[in-house]
Design a protein around this ligand. Structure first.
Ligand SMILES: Nc1ncnc2c1ncn2[C@@H]1O[C@H](COP(=O)(O)OP(=O)(O)OP(=O)(O)O)[C@@H](O)[C@H]1O
Ligand SMILES: [Mg+2]
Length: 335
């Protein structure tokens, strides 16, 4: 196929996958642009691995349309595989071969040979920090090393799309940071879609997040957009000495609807740490500092805006979709 590369690396329209007795994917649509790094989130059983396997051409869909780099997956699964590097969940690797032998073998399957194969192996060995272990037997490597071998294999043939299903599962914090840096190093070179339960990792590496639950898409956007959509509020952490009721009064006079939570304290100096939640995302910092400092009987020691984590967004988005499912079932419910 020739012509300009399509703008979208992935197109998924109304994708459905039904196994006997369970609809794992239930009408999902999304796109991933060229060079974009996307996090694919969802609770256990949400349908992440199923969607990823369909994208790679390994698993047929029940209905819907999926294309990768403009190639329809259903009718041309073998062509699609040429565009994709795939690191499956619990990536199985052969135990009794050396890292270099494994990469050479996989490279030949990906139609690399001669000087180009050697150059690509050197490049991915460097990229994935495998230099010291390239001649070791895979069966004797640690989990983190194996994960890096899996990533090296997936990027070996310079795919347009890298699909990684839980690449950091079971790794220690050092290894997680290493994989995170590796993914950041791939940014702009290829489109990447990563599923994970480790949300700070996703936040650090991904341009955009797609959240699915029970086979349906429940949210899509940058972590900032999603924070705004699902939480829609600004939080401030303040350290104040004085009567809590005085603080409540000052907040009520400043703006109706502000919520107050005690986080910690009072400490030895009499300061209590509170969280003040503003129902919208307006910047309340300056008026808040002025109001608290100007209230007789209160002493303000610190005030800082706190960011809601992607974890909060994930919980809010999945909760909202579960609530919607319950609402759907209410009329004429029999069971
Ligand atoms: N081969 C299969 N046969 C029958 N049901 C399956 C099969 N594979 C997956 N499922 C079911 O489909 C649903 C989605 O599974 P999937 O593995 O895609 O979820 P996931 O989001 O990857 O979950 P996890 O976070 O646990 O990896 C689950 O209910 C699962 O039990
Ligand atoms: Mg999975």
């Amino acid at each position: 196929m020739s012509g300009p590369a399509p703008e979208n690396t992935i197109e998924v329209q109304q994708l459905v996958k039904a196994y006997a007795g369970v609809t794992a994917v239930n009408g999902i649509s999304f796109t991933v642009r060229r060079g974009e790094v996307v996090g694919f989130l969802g609770p256990n059983g949400a349908g992440k691995s199923t969607t990823m396997r369909i994208l790679t051409g390994f698993l047929p869909a029940t209905s819907g349309f999926v294309s990768v780099c403009g190639v329809p997956v259903a009718s041309r699964p073998e062509d699609v595989k040429r565009h994709i590097g795939y690191m499956p969940e619990n990536n199985p690797l052969p135990e009794d071969v050396r890292v270099s032998e494994y990469l050479a073998f996989r490279g030949r399957l990906k139609e690399l040979s001669g000087k180009r194969l050697r150059t690509r192996i050197d490049t991915v060995v460097e990229l994935c920090d495998l230099k010291r272990i390239r001649h070791r037997i895979i069966g004797k490597l640690s989990k983190g090393m194996r994960q890096r071998v899996g990533i090296a294999e997936a990027v070996l043939a310079e795919p347009d799309l890298l699909i990684m299903d839980e690449p950091t599962i079971g790794l220690d914090p050092h290894q997680i940071i290493m994989i995170r840096d590796l993914i950041i190093g791939l940014r702009g070179r290829m489109s990447v879609i990563i599923s994970s339960h480790i949300l700070p990792e996703i936040e650090a590496t991904c341009d955009r997040v797609i959240i699915i639950n029970q086979g349906r898409l429940v949210a899509s956007g940058s972590p900032d957009d999603l924070r705004h959509e699902f939480l829609g509020r600004a939080n401030y952490r303040v350290e104040v000495a004085g009567e809590t009721e005085l603080l409540r009064g000052a907040l009520a006079a400043l703006r109706p609807g502000l919520a107050l939570d005690t986080v910690d304290g009072p400490d030895a100096q009499g300061f209590t740490t509170y969280e003040v939640a503003c129902p919208d995302s307006d910047d309340l910092g300056e008026p808040l500092v002025h109001a608290l400092a100007a209230t007789p009987g209160l002493r303000l020691r610190a005030c800082a805006r706190t960011e809601a984590s992607l974890e909060h967004v994930f919980l809010a988005a999945t909760r909202r979709s579960w609530d919607a499912t319950l609402e759907d079932k209410k009329p004429g419910q029999k069971t």
